[in-house]
Design a binder for this molecule. Structure first.
Ligand SMILES: Cc1cc2nc3c(=O)[nH]c(=O)nc-3n(C[C@H](O)[C@H](O)[C@H](O)COP(=O)(O)OP(=O)(O)OC[C@H]3O[C@@H](n4cnc5c(N)ncnc54)[C@H](O)[C@@H]3O)c2cc1C
Length: 376
């Protein structure tokens, strides 16, 4: 059965999909989100929730203007979303401390720290080993120093996406349960094919996280997104809460508002397997004890695993699909999807609304993977 129901169908109810619906709904568009499980049932609901624009793969580079703008958007949402929904998203400013244990690590951190210091809205300083001890005596005495950044923040990922989804519903979005099987052009619009039925709409946004790669078949062009599994331990430990997010070599630990220390993480290329493993638990514990040996007595309360949408070139994919004027892709945020998700949703909403976009988004265009006549 075919029926025209929506202006825009958003495929996937993660942070990117819910943010897209939120920004479109606010501007009066009739939106349906199709989600086969429930909103935030994958990485968007289980991520640590760090908002750290100045660090990570691809930074500095084309990602930096995006992460900086994404942080500004979060600062606004930290005020508006609780007002719109009554949900406490547990946004809080929280410094980040990146540790160095080897000279090369210290040199790398110090090189970054030179441009990081120039970013407006952040205070970045190098701390020597003695200052690390003053900050928190639980930090390993083997650390040579570290970069301490103020201006970073965190949210509770699940509450955040719930708030986005509820605010989107408030503006008229309908969240519909369903398994998406494909897409077809339908006159000037798009037919979204579900396991049970079809929906015809003006525009479709593909935001299926690590599963967006299946759109390669539907669109007839590469959508090189892969799942990158990551795991987190939630631990109970004696002593005061950790006041900053303490990180080293891609690992991190901090105390969340549930009073547990959340420690991560792994990067596992194991397909769509979301089962927590002993190997990941041991790897995260080793990294945690390297940073904070005093946490040896911590007790494991919960271990979670989920999949990041990872693009082969490490950059997100945002924009119109090649040769499909009514289909947009918004995925591939990798380790930064909670930070970038709202901005990715807003950019796609602006594209659909034919508004100017006030930042360089060409590096993220899906057409970078499409074979065009010029490249043939
Ligand atoms: C361990 C870990 C820690 C993280 N920590 C942070 C952090 O601290 N800060 C940060 O910024 N980011 C973090 N991230 C990254 C972040 O979680 C992700 O980048 C982000 O959640 C991806 O959101 P998404 O909306 O693209 O995808 P998802 O959250 O995966 O949502 C996609 C949705 O689409 C649905 N879907 C897929 N296929 C179909 C289909 N065929 N039919 C219907 N529905 C479908 C899925 O069910 C899913 O709900 C972390 C990730 C991990 C794994």
């Amino acid at each position: 059965m075919t029926a025209k129901i929506a202006d825009v169908v958003v495929l996937g109810g993660g942070v990117v999909g819910c943010a897209t619906a939120y920004y479109l709904g606010k501007e009066g568009k009739q939106v349906i989100i199709i989600e086969r499980e429930s909103v935030g049932s994958h990485s968007s609901g289980f991520a640590y929730g760090a908002l750290s624009p100045l660090g990570g793969d691809g930074i500095p580079g084309p990602l930096l203007p995006l992460t900086i703008a994404a942080m500004k958007l979060h600062l606004g949402l930290s005020l508006s979303l609780p007002q719109e929904t009554g949900i406490d998203i547990q946004f809080r400013l929280k410094p980040t401390l990146s540790l160095a244990f080897a000279e090369e690590e210290a040199e790398r951190l110090k090189a970054n720290f030179l441009w990081q210091q120039k970013q407006h809205g952040y205070q970045v300083e190098w701390l020597e080993a003695k200052e690390l001890n003053d900050l928190d005596p639980r930090i390993s005495s083997k650390a040579l120093g570290g970069v301490y950044t103020e201006g970073t923040a965190e949210v509770d990922s699940y509450r955040f996406i719930l708030a986005l989804a509820q605010a989107a519903e408030k503006y008229g979005t309908v969240i519909r349960h369903g398994e998406i099987r494909g897409l077809e052009k339908d006159g000037g619009g798009i037919k979204v094919i579900l396991a049970s039925g079809e929906i015809v709409c003006q525009e479709a946004v593909l935001a299926m996280g690590p599963w967006t790669g299946s759109a390669s078949r539907w669109l007839g062009q590469p959508v090189p997104i892969e799942p990158l599994k990551g795991e987190i331990l939630r631990l109970q430990a004696p002593g005061p809460p950790l006041q900053s997010v303490i990180g080293w070599a891609g690992n991190y630990a901090s105390t969340k508002p549930d009073a547990l220390i959340w420690a991560g993480t792994t990067e596992e290329k194991v397909g769509f397997d979301e089962i927590p493993t002993h190997a990941a638990r041991d790897k995260i514990m080793r990294a945690l004890l390297n940073m904070l040996p005093a946490l040896g007595e911590a007790q494991l309360i919960r271990q979670t695993a989920c999949l990041r949408p990872y693009c082969v070139d490490g950059l997100p994919i945002i924009g119109q699909a090649y040769g499909w004027e009514s289909v947009y892709l918004a995925t591939g945020a990798g380790r930064k999807g909670i930070l970038l998700g709202p901005l990715m949703g807003r950019i796609v909403a602006d594209m659909i609304l034919k508004r100017d976009i006030d930042m360089p988004v060409q590096p993220f265009s899906p057409t970078r993977f499409a074979r065009t006549k010029e490249t043939d």
